[in-house]
Design a protein. Structure first.
Ligand code: KG4
Ligand code: ZN
Length: 335
């Protein structure tokens, strides 16, 4: 393969997905291999950090080999090697960072450390490199719920965030309480989609003028409701809970869009795979006359293609990350 293009190999191991991607010129995904640890963590009802690190160690080599094979790329063709260096679980991050730095050294390529949250923002540019900025991105995952004002690539202000649970965490906790298993988001999405009746009306948290979110009260409302009405079918509860969460996410995002006068709005993070959220997001953006960016599901949940896309821009903007660079579990956007 000719190396006329910029080819970035990226590694993502911040939580429970081991992923390696190869992306050309920041937008063309040649390979995006994801090995999920969901089945390993499911019996525990959530991600066990120690178990995640060990699984990354085992999975990384086969995932890397598969990605290189699928992309038909030789290490020599690569422009740089990147890895997520935060935020995330420290043991899990260290596996990816150490592997990327070792490969960079062995292959004599620059190393680029990437912020996972910036990766979720860049997921949209993989499919829509022509997107018009500024935009508001709603970042919703198992660990994060934030509204980010993206003035330009690399210029971010967090204008709202959760004051307690992340949206994905609330989905996971409610699913666990209802005995639906882990992770909760996809199963709640599925059973809510098949429900044709009247969803239970749950309260919406923090529906004030602020752009912050609160989901822990909504989760408690579900628990209290089930205690009082134990015969209510799970699908009516799941549909009601999902309605309430999506309502809050859409309302706050559209408030942010109006307040900051942006021309585009974007979804990112694992919860952005939710069908009701995706549908209502498009409609709400249309109503406000802003461009909506809803990345395909494979680029919403954790993946290395989005890390490669962000690394492509970061290398040009900041140059390589020193090989002495570490991993930062609580890395924020703009830090
Ligand atoms: O971004 P992600 O893959 O990993 C983190 O960085 O957290 O997000 C995982 C979260 C989990 O909480 C999962 O339940 C949620 O995303 N999720 C969903 C859906 N698919 C995944 N939540 C709602 N609906 C879905 N379809
Ligand atoms: Zn994520």
């Amino acid at each position: 393969m000719s190396s006329a293009r910029d080819l970035f190999l990226a590694i993502e191991t911040s939580c429970d997905e081991t992923s390696v991607a190869i992306v050309a010129d920041g937008t063309e995904t040649l390979a995006n291999v994801v090995s999920s640890q969901v089945e390993i963590h499911a019996p525990f009802g959530g991600v066990v950090p120690e178990v995640a690190s060990r699984a990354h160690l085992q999975n990384l080599e086969p995932v890397l080999t598969q990605a290189l094979r699928q992309a038909v790329v030789e290490p020599d063709d690569l422009t740089a090697v990147a890895a997520t260096h935060g935020p995330g679980l420290i043991g899990a991050l260290l596996v990816g960072v150490t592997a990327a730095k070792t490969l960079a050294l062995a292959w004599n390529k620059p190393y680029v450390g990437v912020n996972h949250l910036e990766g979720h923002i860049f997921a949209a540019f993989l499919e829509r490199p022509d997107v018009r900025l500024p935009m508001i991105t709603l970042l919703v995952s198992g660990g994060h719920t934030s509204l980010v004002h993206v003035r330009d690539r690399g210029e971010y202000t967090v204008v709202g965030s959760t004051i307690d649970d992340a949206a994905g965490e609330a989905f996971d906790k409610v699913a666990r309480y209802l005995g639906l298993g882990y992770p909760g988001g996809p199963v709640i999405d599925r059973i809510a989609s098949g429900f044709a009746g009247e969803p239970i009306a749950f309260p919406r948290g923090l529906m004030d003028d602020s752009l912050d979110f609160s989901f822990s009260g909504m989760k408690t409302a579900v628990v209290n409701y089930v205690r009082k009405h134990p015969d209510t079918p799970n699908d009516a509860i799941a549909a009601g809970f999902q309605d309430a969460v999506v309502d809050v996410l859409i309302t706050k995002t559209m408030q942010a869009v109006k307040r900051h006068g942006v021309i585009s709005a974007c979804l990112g993070g694992g919860v952005a795979a939710n069908s009701a959220l995706r549908r209502r997001f498009e409609v709400a953006c249309d109503d406000l006359g802003v461009d909506s960016l809803v990345p395909s599901r494979q680029f919403c949940t954790d993946n290395a293609a989005m890390i490669a896309a962000a690394a492509h821009w970061r290398l040009r903007h900041d140059g390589p990350t020193p090989l002495s660079g570490g991993a930062t579990p609580s890395l924020g956007l703009g830090s």
